[in-house]
Design a binder for this molecule. Sequence first.
Ligand SMILES: *Cc1c(COP(=O)(O)O)cnc(C)c1O
Length: 372
Amino acid sequence: MHVPLINLRRLYEDLKPDIDAAIGSVLNSGRFILGDVVAQLEQTLAHYVGTSYALGVASGTDALLLALRVIGVGQGDFVITTTFTFFATPEVIIRLGATPIFVDIEPQTYNMDPEHLDIVIKHLPPSVRSRLKAIIPVHLYGQSADMDEIMGIATKYGVPVVEDLAQALGAEYKGKKVGSFGLLGGVSFFPTKNLPAFGDAGMIFTDDSTLYEKIKTYRIHGATKKYYYPDWGYNSRLDAIQAAILSVNFKHLEEWNERRKAIAAKYDAKLHGVVETPAKKHDRTHIYHQYTIRTPERDNLRKFLQEKGIETAIHYPIPCHLQPALSYLGYRGGDLPVSEKVSKEVLSLPIFQYLSEDEVDYVIDTIIGFFR
Ligand SMILES: *Cc1c(COP(=O)(O)O)cnc(C)c1O
């Protein structure tokens, strides 16, 4: 048996008539950039996440980039984030001329450790502290970071929060959806994410009308009226064909997240005690963008699964603070020990809405077989 990490052909085959019709209607409209389809999707998703506004942009990366830009992050500033994230999170900080400061993670949830966050801010030299412009928690693998703690610390120091919910659309913390806690939030619709586009796409969420108006101009080069630029911006729009596809897929998001949870529950029940299964917290939901186990046998297990036809992935093999591109920051091995240890032990198993029961059973049996 071959078990893929994800197979979007299965999604297209299932929803083909609706998706083809949605694409066809955009082609017939002749309007390909922004327009009604995008505006409609923005409204739908703002309502879903629980914010006043949402803005479609070209990718999840751009969602974070524009969010930081509109709150004034620039040359010489500092932004705190977790080191255990996809590289796009620190990358947008650097692209604005600012410097990322990394925080370690909680060993169970793999999310930003609030205690460490507090210590890091407390020990910043005054010259850095005064230029700390944002904190970016990442809701890794589809589970919310500890938002009460993080928002409390951010408020204490007067620093805005920008949420990276690229992996967690629909996840809740104390009954409230992620993306509605921070001043701004950015989501990705990259094809492998929980709500997939069939190309690159992203969205920004906020309750702040001033920031909303600003982002609207920044995604069209900074123009406040046609060919008039008080400030430079970006070419970053959610295109209408992707918005049409997303509108179809969004109707299934809740059902898909439930299916992921059901697969995760099966993995939990059978693999608990064999490997370290994802931590569950009573105050938040996990939508399992990834189902990531942990074992010191990671590399051997991965090889074994590959030989048995099971695809797996490592999210992430090198924490951001040790990436070669960021060596100029001066971090060394041992600086953020939890992330460094976890990066050697995590393994993401196949989990997506169209995985069959037989495939799930095969993954479980093969893992149990490896440890027997
Ligand atoms: C996918 C992802 C991004 C970037 O999203 P793109 O749409 O690929 O640009 C940013 N942060 C995290 C945590 C992600 O998983």
